[in-house]
Design a protein around this ligand. Structure first.
Ligand SMILES: [Zn+2]
Length: 518
């Protein structure tokens, strides 16, 4: 009698099935027992865990088919615990059956006898159809339960970033704010709504900068899009796909509905590209707020009698500020005076300098050693080439000669590749980069004057936690600045810009000292 080999394929789609005794092991046990009773030679088990029976693309099925293909001389019996372990979709069921039949493998089950007769196929079809019906009814039931929960104001999909489920006595599992993620998401959303972050790219960069707080989350454009359009953060629930209209949920909100609507409106507008004219002419647009009404100031040209005048003014139409238009050069001068009063803590400059130089020196040593290693690699190959060149005239036949020549060609190509990979000029840029960071850390004013619009914008956001407030009568108020920065002098308008400079003396000179050693 021909030997028959058995392959076993248990499948579970959920944890519930494991609990209810339909786990992989119990399925496998029954199939092993069946295989022994039938006198088959057991060969291998291919488990499918957490995989839906509604799809054809299943790893275990693929591996099993591959295994059969790899052993063309063996005759296989594939054992499923039950007919609904093959698939829970009638089309998938027959596709899998056909794949095995084509390979000459037989499908069997301890609970069902597959028969290749008209009646047998009819019954199999009915059972596969019943399996599909069960699955779809079950899915519908789950959906109805979830929909009912949503309509009661209880969210039940997977928790969005910054939130987590906690058990409550009143509503069962309920979304709660999860710190520190939540504060970060709130900052991102509010920043985008109020134009502190102009574009989604700015939000992305902000999230990337604070990656460690969003542990385990994949931060990319999709993440940004998802958090920006997530209604759950407002404390409301909405799911148009199931016709669940917007309603107040029981969970804690992260932002208010107004912020959310602002974000949605902004997402619908095409992202504004900063034009050349915008960038060169009004760097403080959106970066300064009017302290009378709180709105952002913008800048544009106003037509005078004889020429155009460049002004900044607040965007609120009914603002009582007088005068409303602030000449461009005046406001920018005031802003620079403000920057002049702000400097990073001197310890931070020193520390940054020390760390940067340390990193730089280490990287230079690294570059130098790898340069030496590279030289050696090239030398070895050149020596080998020499040997082959010497050998060519001594070769006894053409075949050997061709072999030597092709070896030389390979070695020459390797040398070229090695040379291409090394770019010895890299570490010079590194020093430039350090010097740029230190320039900025030393004097924000100098950096502001030197850098382009993007650099100005970045620096502004780095220093100020909220836009500085300005009005023509009182000038800038005390701004809210981020932690590594301090205001050098007591905040008064009597401080002239020359005094500001001396205030920054230690920082400036230490940067210069470092430069002179270059
Ligand atoms: Zn105003």
């Amino acid at each position: 009698m021909e030997k028959l080999y058995s392959l076993i394929s248990p499948r579970v789609s959920s944890e519930r099935q494991v609990r209810e005794g339909h786990g992989l092991e119990s399925q496998e046990q029954r199939c092993r027992k069946y295989s022994d009773e039938k006198g088959y030679i057991y060969e291998k088990t291919f488990p499918d865990e957490g995989v839906s029976g509604a799809i054809l693309d299943r790893p275990a099925i693929k591996q099993m088919l591959q295994h059969i293909d790899n052993n063309p001389n063996k005759k296989y019996v594939v054992i499923f615990d039950d007919i609904n372990r093959i698939a829970r979709d009638i089309e998938v069921h027959w596709a899998i059956r056909k794949a095995f039949t084509l390979r000459g493998a037989v499908v069997e089950s301890p609970n069902f006898k597959f028969e290749d007769t008209a009646e047998g196929k009819f019954i199999e079809t009915i059972l596969a159809g019943k399996s599909q019906l069960d699955r779809e009814q079950n899915a519908r039931q789950v959906r109805q339960k979830m929909k009912a929960r949503l309509e009661c104001g209880v969210y039940c999909f997977s928790a969005p970033a910054g939130m987590e489920y906690k058990k409550t006595s009143e509503h069962g599992k309920l979304l709660h704010v999860k710190e520190p993620e939540a504060s970060l998401i709130r900052n991102a959303l509010e920043g985008f709504a109020n134009d502190r972050f102009l574009t989604q790219l700015d939000v992305l960069n902000f999230c990337l900068k604070n990656k460690e707080k969003l542990n385990g989350k994949k931060i990319n454009f999709n993440f940004v899009k998802r958090i920006l359009s997530e209604i759950i953060y407002t404390g409301y629930i909405e799911f148009p796909k199931w016709e669940v209209k917007r309603k107040k949920g029981f969970h804690q909100p992260l932002i208010n509905l107004e912020t959310y609507e602002k974000i949605q409106a902004k997402l619908k507008r095409p992202e504004k590209k900063l034009t050349e004219r915008d960038s060169v002419e009004f760097p403080l647009r959106q970066l300064v707020c009017c302290s009378i009404c709180g709105e952002k100031m913008t800048g544009s040209f106003h037509k005078g009698k004889h020429r155009y005048y460049a002004h900044y003014f607040c965007t609120s139409k009914n603002c009582p500020a007088k005068p409303r238009n602030i000449p461009k050069s005046f406001l920018e001068g005031e802003y620079k005076r403000l920057l002049g009063k702000i400097a990073p803590e001197s310890e931070i400059i020193e520390l940054t300098q020390a760390i940067a130089m340390d990193v730089w020196h280490k990287s230079i040593i690294g570059v130098k050693t790898s340069e030496k290693a590279t030289e050696k690699e090239i030398e070895t190959r050149e020596a080998q080439i020499e040997i082959f060149i010497d050998l060519i005239p001594k070769a006894t036949n053409d075949l050997v000669r061709t072999k030597y020549e092709s070896r030389i060609e390979i070695l020459e190509n390797e040398i070229l590749t090695i040379k291409k990979q090394t770019t010895p000029s890299d570490y010079l840029n590194c020093e430039e980069a350090i010097s740029e960071v230190l320039d900025f850390l030393g004097t924000p004013v100098d950096y502001w004057e030197k850098t382009n619009l993007e650099g100005k914008f970045m620096m502004h956001n780095l220093i100020f936690t909220a836009n500085p407030m300005y009005n023509a009568q009182n000038g800038f108020g005390t701004p809210e600045i981020s932690l590594p920065f301090t205001i050098k002098d007591a905040f008064s308008n009597s401080v002239s810009s020359s005094v500001d400079r001396t205030g920054l003396e230690p920082a400036t000179s230490s940067v210069q000292m470092r430069r002179s050693t270059r």
